[in-house]
Structures are given as C-alpha cells and as structure tokens.
Design a protein around this ligand. Structure first.
Ligand code: NAD
Length: 494
C-alpha cells in the first residue's frame, strides 16, 4: 500500500516558519476518514528553549509599546482574520471532525470577535490609588508577567487559542503557545496571520506532544506564567510542575455539568435547549457539556420521548458536508474511550439504553470515528459515565423528586464548571442558580457564551478566570504596589 502524501506545516518561532530542531514530525489525521493528511513538527525541549528566548527578547520592546498601539495591532489582526474565516473553519473541521455548518464557522468567526473585544480593552490596563496616608502616594500598577506559556486542547482550538493570544499580548506579555497535536492547523493558520502584523518573537507557536513539548514549556525557568486549558488530570500535573518554581497558573479544566429540568417546562423548547447544552452537535466534546440530566419524575417519560424524537432527527456525517449537524469524534483514542464507557453501561444495565449505543462496525459511519447521540436512563450511580467526563455524545438521564435532593445530587461531583436550569418559575430557578457549585449557571438557555462573560470552573474544573476584562487583568498581569513618601526629606525641594 502506498503511504498518503502529507502536506507539511511549520511552527512559528521569532517570526519565522521553522521545522523542529530534531527534524521530526507528527502526522495529523482527518478523523472523518481515519486518514493522515498533514504533518507538523514534533517540538521538544530544545525548540521550547529557542521559542522562550525569542519571546523574552521581544518582551523588552513589546511591553514598552503604549497599550493603545498594541490594541491597534490586535484590531488589524482581527480585520485580517475576518477574511480567513472560511479556510480556518475548514481546517478545524478537517482536523478535529467538528461539523462545519453548526460548529467550525461559528468558532472561526468568534475568534475574530475575541481579537476585537480584547483590542478594545487595551486602554483599561489601570491600577488603583489608595488614600491611606496623607504623606504618601500609594498606587498599584498592572504589569505583564513576561513570557506566558499557553497550552490548548483540540476541541475548540481556534477560540481557545484566541482567548490566550489576544489577552496575553494586549496586556504586554509575549507568548509561547503549544497547540494540541490533534488539531494544530487552524491555529497555525491564525498565528501566521497574527505574525504578519506583530514584531518577531511576540507570538511563537509550537507543535508537539504534551509530555515532550508542553511539559518542557511548563518547566521552563523563564516562563513566569502558565495558562492551560485541557483535562483535569493534565491540569493537576501542570500545577504540580509549576509549584516547583512558583510560576503563576490559570487552569480551565474538565466538567460533568448537570442539567435540572423542572416539571412546569415547555417540553419542546427545553428538549432543544438540553440538546444544545449537551453539545450533541459537537459530539459532546465540550468541557461545558451538560451530560448529567436530572428530569423531574412527574414528566420524565413524556420529556424523554420529546428529547429522543428530536435527537433521532440529527444528521451525523462528514463534518464538511453542509447537511451534517454533527461530525466525528477526534481520534481513535477518544473513540475507544467513549466506546468503553458505553459498553460498561450496557453491560451493567442493558435496558437503561434508550437510544444510540455502540457505533456501527460497517456502513458509511464506520469509515470515520462517528458516534450517534446516545441516551441512558436511570443508570446506577456507580457506573462510571454518570460521574466521569466522557467527552462524547452520551447523555445520562435520571429523575428527581425534591429541590433539596437534586441540588445535593448535582453538587455531588468533583467538577464545577457549568450547570443548566430549566424552569418557568423564577424563584426555584434562582435558588438553584445560587446553590449549584459551578462557575457558570445557565437558566433557560443551553448555550450563549458571550465574549466578555466571566468563564471558568470551581472545584476541579479549574482555577482562575481569563475571559472577561477582570479575568484578563487577573490572569495576565501581576500587581505592583508603589509607595512614595511625599515628605520633605525624600524628593528634592524645588
Ligand atoms: P489534554 O489535557 O489531554 O491536553 C490538552 C493540552 O495539554 C494538549 O495540547 C496536550 O498536548 C497538552 N498536554 C498533555 N499532557 C501534558 C503535560 N504532561 N504537560 C503539558 N502539556 C500537556 O486535553 P484534551 O484531550 O486535548 O482536551 C479535552 C479536555 O480539555 C477535556 O477534559 C475538556 O473538558 C477540557 N477543556 C476545558 C475547557 C475549559 O475552558 N474549561 C475548554 C476546552 C476543553
């Protein structure tokens, strides 16, 4: 059999497109056809050192550029990116399997808006003054850290990278970004455009494996700040590594978000919302996915009928086909993981499977890592998928009787990223919104994350916030207190 011809892409260091020092490569697969189609450099610690050195040099001038000018450059980048939405969207769909029509176009367009929003905040880099003593001037400055090391996953590669690039640069830092080995191409495309407008070394992008390239970035002594988005398990290891040199860390991690449906709801409206919240059209591969659905016992059967009726109409197929609502899972490993969770649940309680299940082994859907929407009802609590993040289109439904009980069960999770409440009555919905231990509660909406929202996790879903103005300032700047004596013996008298 002949080997497929792979298109070659390079990383970006110091404004130049480069291979890795070792001249090794990682193949990038199209998961909808299970075939590699591109290759990117396999960066290791030597490449990390070169990129960090370039970013350190660039920091000297970038951090001294007036904030408004940095904002202007980010605006220019947004204008340039706007023209590239379609190719960036197609790159995402081809590398991670997300459907072009329902997911990737919106993702690429959002990346542009993230640059615009952050560009406009550039003049908000403000400290505070404190009136503590009439004879001193006490004020704080928001200062950039220096070189930020950022690491992103594959599931929404462009948005998550834009959410690190724009804030880190706007606040005066320079960046070394490690993209996911599973989905590097759309981010490389975006970063090449960024580099056309930035001084060399301000934005450096590495492709490589987590344990070789990501870990070296986290351990690098000249990287005072790490911003990580990915799984809770890797987040834990990053926190441990950063603790050795007391680097600042922000973590955006995994989730197992609850959805609570009250008995008074409109079934059709809420079923649509539950499907959005579960991110079925992203194959459930979203940190925010509302994968634990608690439906009031008085409506469970009728609601489940409405929900599954809608899910059966979803079109799963080739991600770049305009008729597909959902594409494929990202790779064989993820496909195998989701299958394991589903197999365990079916073995444990076969009649809990309401729809979906293990994917077909023949026919068009077996040609890629496709997985149809899958729903289980009333699985025993000790089945792993009821507690662990599956990261697939698999929803676990159970019933509830009282508000106190559903709050306790929804909160019985190591995760605390998001929750969804569906109710026509205001007071119970708001009581739940306040009682749920999560970073984001959505009431009567399944999506709707807006640029500028505060976003992040409680418990083991993360530490810190990055997305809003407050989050950006907290995540990407350090605070310096300046205290100046106004007494006669200090400054020379005029
Ligand atoms: P992952 O943790 O396996 O990998 C994320 C990134 O970390 C990749 O670039 C990977 O190469 C790198 N990495 C892996 N091991 C590393 C190590 N030892 N040191 C440094 N870097 C390392 O996650 P994934 O499978 O790419 O993405 C899915 C996960 O990301 C899910 O858990 C999901 O919930 C989470 N996620 C969270 C958010 C959020 O905002 N909270 C957003 C998207 C995804």
């Amino acid at each position: 059999m002949t080997e497929p011809v792979l298109s070659t892409f390079q990383m970006i260091i110091d404004g130049k497109l480069v291979d890795s020092v070792e001249q090794e490569w990682i193949a990038v697969e199209n998961p909808a056809v299970k075939t590699p189609f591109a290759r990117v450099p396999r960066a290791r610690s030597a490449d990390v050192s070169i990129a960090v050195a370039a970013a350190r040099t660039a920091f000297r001038t970038w951090s001294r550029m007036p904030a408004g000018e940095r904002g202007r450059l980010l605006h220019r980048i947004a204008d340039a990116l706007e023209k590239e939405v379609e190719p960036m969207a197609r790159a995402i769909s081809t590398e991670n399997g997300n459907a072009l029509r329902t997911q990737s176009r919106a993702e690429a367009a959002s990346a542009v808006e993230i640059f615009r929003y952050v560009a406009g905040l550039a003049r908000e880099l403000k400290g505070k003054t404190a009136s503590l003593n009439p004879d001193t001037l006490d004020y704080t400055r928001r200062e950039p850290y220096g070189v930020v090391g950022a690491i992103v996953p594959w599931n929404a590669p462009l948005i998550l990278s834009a959410l690190k690039i724009a804030p880190a640069l706007m606040t005066g830092n320079t960046l070394v970004l490690k993209v996911s080995e599973e989905a590097p191409l759309a981010v490389l495309h975006l970063s090449r455009i960024c580099n056309e407008h930035l001084p060399a070394g301000v934005l450096n992008v590495l492709t490589g494996y987590g344990t070789e390239c990501g870990a070296a970035l986290v351990e690098h002594p000249d990287v005072p700040k790490i911003s990580f988005t990915g799984s809770t398990a890797v987040g834990r290891s990053i926190l441990a590594a950063a603790s050795q040199r007391i680097a600042a860390v922000t973590l955006e991690l995994g989730g197992k978000s609850a959805q609570v449906v009250f008995p008074d709801v409109d079934h059709g409206f809420v079923a649509d919302g539950v499907i959005t919240a579960m991110r079925f059209s992203r194959q459930g591969q979203s940190c925010t996915a509302g994968s634990r659905l608690f439906v009031h016992e008085s409506i469970a059967d009728a609601f489940l009928d409405t929900l599954t009726g809608k899910l059966r109409k979803m079109v799963v197929g080739n991600p770049v086909d305009e008729t597909s609502d959902a594409g494929s899972l990202v790779n064989a490993r993820q496909f195998g993981r989701v299958c394991d969770y589903v197999r365990e649940a079916i073995d444990r309680k076969p009649d809990a499977l309401v729809m979906g299940g293990l994917p077909p082994t023949s026919g068009p859907l077996s040609e890629g890592y496709f997985f149809e929407p899958t729903v289980f009802f009333n699985l025993p609590d000790d089945v792993r998928m009821t507690r662990e993040e599956v990261f697939g289109p698999v929803l676990s439904v159970s019933t509830w009787k009282t508000e106190a009980e559903v709050i306790e069960r929804a909160n019985a999770s190591q995760y605390g990223l998001a929750a969804f409440v569906w109710s026509r009555a205001g007071a119970p919905a708001m009581r739940l919104a306040h009682a749920l231990e999560v970073g984001w509660v959505l009431v009567n909406q399944g999506g709707g994350q807006a640029i500028g929202h505060s976003y992040g996790g409680m418990k083991q879903s993360g530490a810190g916030r990055e997305f809003s103005l407050e989050g950006i300032l907290e995540s990407y700047t350090d605070i310096k207190q300046v205290s100046v004596s106004l007494g006669d013996h200090g400054f020379a008298r005029l």
